[in-house]
Design a protein around this ligand. Structure first.
Ligand SMILES: N=CN[C@@H](CCC(=O)O)C(=O)O
Ligand SMILES: [Zn+2]
Length: 412
């Protein structure tokens, strides 16, 4: 199958097969007036400046006219908790009264509310809910996304959730990468028996997830009143022994030293990092760990914003993701986090583009395959209602996606 996207006003893309860091994070390619040929789902040709495709190439092809608009790679959302039942709109009132996120969790609400509903949900319920969210993501330009488990917290319910992710992957266009996150909270039945829960995660959940090949990564919520540094390290080491690569929710609310741990265990990525200190960040820079920053969560929880500029200067590859989940960031669109990354983190539009494409893909270990518009990569594109890259960061709060192309096929 052949697709030709012609009449592209401006193509903006990072380049390469690995995460871009430091100055290189902001070095993107911009080609004015070009076209792209996609054959069997892969990018076959990227035209030069002010060129049109040869009429011969267009024979037998599906032609998509970009109408002079901006085209970028499809967005890669490297951090979501999209598989759940149990929205938490009832907690809005508590939030407005000033009750904190961790306080709500300590009272048995928060993540634990969603755990109750997810345990009661059937696999079909979870798939249907996931499909709705993924439809919203696709309409906002996301073509690949990570999905964490972590609202089951029993062997059976974690496996049920990850099996639903596998099913969802075949049911709709967005490519899904699964992360096992049994260490997302201490379930009520294990309160005051935290070590026993860690044993359940390590001795039963991780081996079962690995055996059924249900996840690529293992993540842990390293936080006060959740999993401490030693427990987080133990869980990540166990995951690695079973072939699950480490990710870590680090220094989000409390500066516990999660960033340093990420560097020590050579985590693929560390997430949030709002209170990460320089020592921890230096360890991440040395280990090549991607910082997955979640400005939508800072915005929604009224937290500080992570020190993204400092991270770029320190040579840490920065990715930006939604953190879509029913509690701390109920929003599927990457466009608001992109705006926040520019306006609050002070990253340039080019740095943010790299963060939501190539570096997002690197956080999912698939930068060799997607995240840029280059020959051989996946034919995943977004055509925007925008004439140039700056426009995406200037005209905010509305959906600027015109068309999404997934594996060469227009899916929107
Ligand atoms: N911080 C922990 N986990 C999620 C929130 C999940 C929830 O509140 O349901 C996060 O990344 O923000
Ligand atoms: Zn998260």
């Amino acid at each position: 199958m052949k697709t030709v996207v012609k009449n592209i006003g401006l193509l903006a893309t990072a380049r390469g097969k690995e995460a871009r860091k430091g100055r290189e994070q902001g070095e993107i390619q911009q080609i004015a007036g070009t076209y792209i040929v996609i054959i069997d789902g892969r990018i076959a040709t990227v035209g030069g400046e002010h060129t049109a495709p040869d009429p011969m190439i267009c024979e037998d092809a599906t032609i998509i006219d970009a109408g002079g608009a901006l085209v970028t790679p499809g967005l890669v959302d490297a951090h979501t908790h999209l598989l759940f039942a149990g929205w938490r709109q009832k907690e809005l009132a508590l939030k407005l009264q000033g009750v904190s996120y961790l306080e709500i969790l300590k009272q048995g609400g928060g993540i634990l509310h969603t755990v109750n509903a997810t345990r009661r949900a059937t696999p079909a319920d979870l798939v249907a809910a996931g499909q709705e969210s993924l439809g919203r993501m696709l309409r906002h330009g996301t073509t690949t996304c990570e999905v964490k488990s972590g609202y089951g917290l029993t062997v059976e319910d974690e496996l049920k959730s990850l099996a639903a992710v596998r099913e969802l992957n075949g049911l709709q266009p967005v490519d899904l990468v699964a992360t096992f996150m049994g260490a997302h909270a201490i379930p009520v039945e294990y309160q005051n028996r935290q070590q026993e829960y860690v044993r359940l995660v390590c001795d039963e959940m991780i081996p079962a997830v690995a055996e059924q090949q249900l996840a690529v990564f293992c993540d842990v919520f390293c936080e006060d009143h959740v999993f401490n540094l030693a427990e987080s390290g133990e869980i990540l080491a166990c995951g690695r022994r079973y072939g699950l690569l480490p990710k870590i929710h680090a220094d989000e609310i409390t500066p516990l030293g999660g960033a340093a741990l990420a560097g020590e265990v050579r985590a693929v990525s560390a997430e949030h990092l709002i209170y990460a200190d320089d020592k921890g960040l230096a360890k991440m820079a040395a280990s090549g760990t991607v910082a997955v920053l979640l400005p939508g969560t800072s915005f929604y929880l009224g937290e500080d914003f992570a020190r993204a500029r400092a991270m770029v200067e320190m040579g840490i590859p920065v990715a930006i993701a939604t953190d879509f989940n029913p509690g701390s960031c109920p929003n599927e669109s990457l466009q608001l986090p992109m705006n926040l990354a520019c306006l609050k983190y002070r990253l340039t539009p080019a740095e943010v583009l790299t963060a939501v494409t190539l570096n997002g893909a690197a956080a999912l270990c698939c930068a060799h395959d997607r995240g840029t518009v280059e020959e051989g990569k996946a034919g995943d594109l977004v055509i925007w209602q925008a004439p140039d890259l700056e426009f995406l960061f200037y005209h905010w709060g509305v959906n600027l996606v015109k068309t999404v192309i997934k594996g060469g096929e227009p899916v929107l």
